[in-house]
Design a protein around this ligand. Sequence first.
Ligand SMILES: [Cu+2]
Length: 112
Amino acid sequence: MIANRRRVLRLGAAAAMVPALALPAGAQSRLHQIAIHGFLFGPDRLMVRVGDKVRFTNHDLAPHTATATDGSWDTGTLEQGQHADLMVTDAWGGDYFCAHHPAMTARLEIMA
Ligand SMILES: [Cu+2]
């Protein structure tokens, strides 16, 4: 199901640093926002498509991460107000959590 874990998601440190993806004709890339607030990911279940971008923004005083439970992607620590963009490059589905607060969990589904 996970053919190549390294290619599942590409993490860009900043949106401006992420090269544009080559998309099939007619495909439209969407930006999905996941807010980290009150020690929760919101929404805690999200379905996106390959070619989309998922932005995790930390609104808490506490530092958080969004870290795939299978280790295939990780935002690294986000301080308050910081965000990380995940460029979705392959189908994937699974749970992720915060490395600082492992009780924080959510799910991401990526459709080809
Ligand atoms: Cu956390």
